[in-house]
Write a protein that binds this ligand. Structure first.
Ligand SMILES: [Zn+2]
Length: 57
């Protein structure tokens, strides 16, 4: 897998804190997603997107 932004190949599964809206509150949840080590681009997979959608109500 190569980064679509910088074409680097150092994409590692990294734990990041993602913002979720829960009503009027913003909660931070640690999720593991592939992140480009070079430019910091985050690659969300389908499962992560569904996980996030669950929190956005
Ligand atoms: Zn990159």
């Amino acid at each position: 897998m190569k980064c679509i932004i910088c074409h680097g190949d150092e994409i590692n599964l990294t734990e990041v804190k993602e913002e979720f809206m829960m009503g009027d509150d913003i909660v931070y949840r640690p999720i593991k997603i592939p992140v480009c080590k070079n430019c910091g681009e985050r690659y969300y997979d389908r499962r992560t997107m569904q996980f996030m959608e669950k929190f956005e109500m």
